[in-house]
Design a protein around this ligand. Structure first.
Ligand SMILES: [Mg+2]
Length: 331
């Protein structure tokens, strides 16, 4: 079997079971397969995640500036901490680049990375620099979950229940549209391009959600349909989404009138949160927000086994997409 056939998520499912000697600490609360791991450290609960960006796969040098690449490498990791409802604190950065790389590119990269980190209160404390043919960036972020009564308040993928509502924390599809525009050379100050290059992690939303008693979330990295599908798979439930309720920006509607819904459902890299919980708790969160950028888009239903996430049009008919989102190994 080739990795291409197993796919990224088939691989992740198997990782905890490969080999017989994997040690599993009693202090571990959230294991492989969520946005981040959570473990107990004395009286504290630490949250940790790591992501790798590879040139040509995740970013295009020459198309995106090195400062934008640095910003995004940090922001996508912080987004995984936001998806746990936790606060990020420290980061480690590994940078693999060819020796021919201009030092000014590296300086720009760190400029963007440090700015993105600083905005979220993250201190970069170390890492590694190595030679490689293909520029590759790995960032790990460690954060802390609130635990007011000795139990950590975190957002997981496996706590969605039938009857829960599904909400998203902002407009979707701008990033996918921005990538299309970037590839045809649109000015990088364009708002859609900015949404793609410089995502802003939803830390306040994640932290607000745990306080409101919500326990289930994921950040949208691969695409709404696919990421909601991860929640459904982990929780053994299904989901219906009403296309008309998915929030779209005016810029997206104007730029891609025929493609806006597809970009919102499968474009990915929006780094907004999908929150799942009882209607009352979602409403509580909505009430506590200064800007009510929280939209209810659907419901959790009984497991439907075949197709976990269905997007419906006004007439209740299913809208199908060729691809549901990003998979690292399927092309
Ligand atoms: Mg994630």
């Amino acid at each position: 079997v080739k990795l291409r056939d197993l796919g990224e998520f088939g691989l992740i499912d198997r990782l905890p079971t490969l080999g017989v000697y994997r040690h599993r600490s009693e202090d571990l609360l959230v294991d492989i397969g969520d946005d981040a791991a959570v473990w107990r450290m004395g009286d504290e609960f630490l949250v940790a995640t790591m992501d790798t960006l590879v040139a040509g796969v995740h970013f295009l040098p020459g198309v995106a500036g090195w400062d934008d690449i640095g910003w995004k490498a940090m922001a996508v990791n912080i987004s995984d901490i936001a998806a746990m409802g936790a606060w990020p604190r420290f980061a480690l950065v590994s940078l693999a680049v060819p020796p021919e790389t201009a030092v000014s590119d590296i300086e720009q990269f760190y400029e963007g990375l440090y700015t993105s980190a600083a905005l979220c209160g993250v201190t970069v404390v170390g890492g590694d620099t190595v030679r490689a043919e293909t520029p590759t960036i790995t960032v790990a972020v460690i954060g802390r979950a609130e635990a007011p009564d000795g139990e950590p308040l975190v957002l997981r993928r496996d706590t969605a229940a039938v009857g829960d509502v599904i909400a998203v924390t902002g407009k979707l599809g701008d990033s996918g549209a921005g990538l299309l525009r970037l590839k045809v050379g649109v000015d990088d100050q364009d708002p859609l391009v900015q949404a793609h290059l410089r995502p802003h992690p939803e830390l306040a939303m994640g932290a607000g959600a745990v306080v409101a008693g919500i326990t289930c979330a994921i950040d949208i990295s691969d695409g709404l349909v696919q990421d909601l599908g991860h929640i459904c798979r982990s929780s053994s439930v299904g989901a219906v989404v009403r296309a008309v309720d998915i929030p779209l920006s005016d810029e997206l509607r104007v730029a891609y009138p025929d493609d806006a819904l597809r970009l919102a459902c499968t474009g990915g890299e929006d780094y907004k949160l999908i929150l799942v919980g009882p209607q009352g708790r979602i409403a509580d969160l909505q009430e506590g927000l200064e800007t009510a950028d929280l939209a209810v888009i659907g419901e959790i239903i009984k497991d439907n086994y075949e197709k976990r996430v269905r997007v419906l049009d006004d007439a209740g008919k299913e809208i199908r997409f060729d691809k549901t989102g990003w998979d690292a190994f399927k092309s």
